[in-house]
Design a protein around this ligand. Structure first.
Ligand SMILES: Nc1ncnc2c1ncn2[C@@H]1O[C@H](COP(=O)(O)OP(=O)(O)OP(=O)(O)O)[C@@H](O)[C@H]1O
Ligand SMILES: [Mg+2]
Length: 378
């Protein structure tokens, strides 16, 4: 799960209690149950309510924390029996045993549930990575082309540099300019390799503030070769921008690649008289940015608009049916939403939202934009 951007986290403090506050509430609940158990008759098994505190603890504490909470509850149950002197002692002993059994069973089940959730999380991130690697495989020619461009530039500039230096007299100024071009091109090539390496390797999400337009431009450049091969144009429109989104760059780029490849596959499979094109819209809203990927393909039947997000739903012969399911899981982990629209006439439209901030602070957006572009030459 991606941590919330600072302003959203602030806005949500009322509904999402912080960890120390939860710990204080947990202690208060345990204390209240202890007092009630000690002050009521032996026959009333108040201690059984300790199971709720174990369940609460399992929602935010580590395995050790849950065990500590469980042991404390069992110890307090015994203390209450010792300190209490109301009612039938034997009934108190039986209730005490039953409560300890209930607390232990609940602890066991809660820990089992936590480890199952952890395992689910791990396999989900492995699946996301595998799907990313397979997507990159599809884009191999496009990426090779992207890297080849700066390499060709380097060869041309190096040869020019040699000519300027071997001329009589050597033209050092022009040679220096050629070297500067070599450095810039080498930086570009390194940037592309670095991006691809990140896309294929990194599994743990890391969110940062980035300009959505730059994010989109990087993806379009990776897909450029595939788009050109199918004669598909791409237009990017920014409304009320720039939109600075809080996102894990690698994951959101994976979503964009999935959506662009789907659009491309949908359009490549049809012979439409009209020109084929993808329009990527970035629109800034109050606390979120809405990114739309619209194509001029055959569109999607209205009844299938939800179904297509189900894992393993695919209408393609060689499709796995994971692209949209993974995209939905990524967008939701960012606190956004993704959905599809289509009227079977003008093509399909996929829309997703991401937490964003208005870029009234032009300075900040410029800095973020620069830092993203600079990764190319790092
Ligand atoms: N732009 C689109 N136009 C028309 N149909 C689409 C579009 N995008 C997705 N679909 C439909 O949604 C289905 C699911 O898409 P999804 O990306 O999840 O899987 P896939 O593309 O079939 O396989 P893969 O796992 O390789 O991506 C597709 O098979 C297709 O029927
Ligand atoms: Mg797909």
């Amino acid at each position: 799960m991606i941590s919330k951007p600072p302003h959203i986290a602030l806005a949500q403090t009322a509904s999402h209690t912080s960890r120390p506050a939860r710990l204080a509430l947990l202690c208060l609940a345990i204390g209240t149950i202890f007092i009630a158990d000690t002050l009521t008759d032996y026959e009333i098994a108040v201690a059984v309510f300790y199971v709720t505190t174990v369940l609460i603890a399992s929602a935010f504490l580590s395995v050790r924390g849950v065990l500590a909470c469980s042991i404390t509850c069992c110890a307090l149950t015994v203390c209450s029996v010792i300190l209490n002197d109301r009612g039938a002692y034997q009934a108190g002993l039986i209730n005490c045993m039953l409560s300890i059994c209930a607390i232990s069973a609940t602890t066991y089940l809660a820990l089992q549930r936590s480890s199952a959730l952890q395992a689910e999380q791990t396999s989900r991130s492995q699946l996301v990575r595998l799907s990313r690697v397979s997507t990159l495989g599809e884009l191999a020619t496009s990426i090779a082309h992207e890297v080849k461009q700066p390499l060709t530039g380097i060869v041309a500039s190096a040869s020019a540099c040699r000519n300027w230096l071997s001329s009589d007299p050597p033209n050092v100024t022009r040679a220096e300019q050629a070297v500067a071009r070599i450095i810039a091109d080498a930086g570009r090539a390194c940037g592309i390799v670095d991006r691809v390496r990140k896309l294929s390797k990194r599994a743990s999400p890391e969110a940062e503030w980035v300009d959505a337009e730059i994010l989109v431009a990087e993806v379009v450049s990776l897909c450029r070769r595939e788009l050109d091969r199918h004669d598909i144009s791409v237009i990017t429109e920014v409304i009320d921008g720039p939109a600075i989104v809080f996102a894990d760059v690698v994951q959101i780029q994976q979503v964009l690649i999935n959506l662009i490849l789907n659009a491309l596959e949908a359009m490549a499979g049809t012979k439409r008289p009209s020109a084929m094109g993808v329009t990527i819209g970035i629109a800034m809203q109050e606390e979120s940015a809405q990114i739309t990927i619209a194509d001029t393909g055959p569109g999607i039947d209205g009844n299938r608009l939800d179904e297509i997000f189900d894992p393993f739903y695919s209408s393609k012969e060689d499709g796995i049916g994971l692209g949209l399911a993974i995209s939905r899981s990524i967008i939701e982990s960012h606190g956004g939403r993704i959905w599809a629209k289509s009227d079977l006439v003008s093509g399909a439209k996929f829309i997703f939202t991401l937490p964003a901030r208005q870029s009234g602070e032009t300075q900040t957006s410029f800095q973020i934009a620069t830092s993203v572009s600079r990764r190319d030459s790092d």
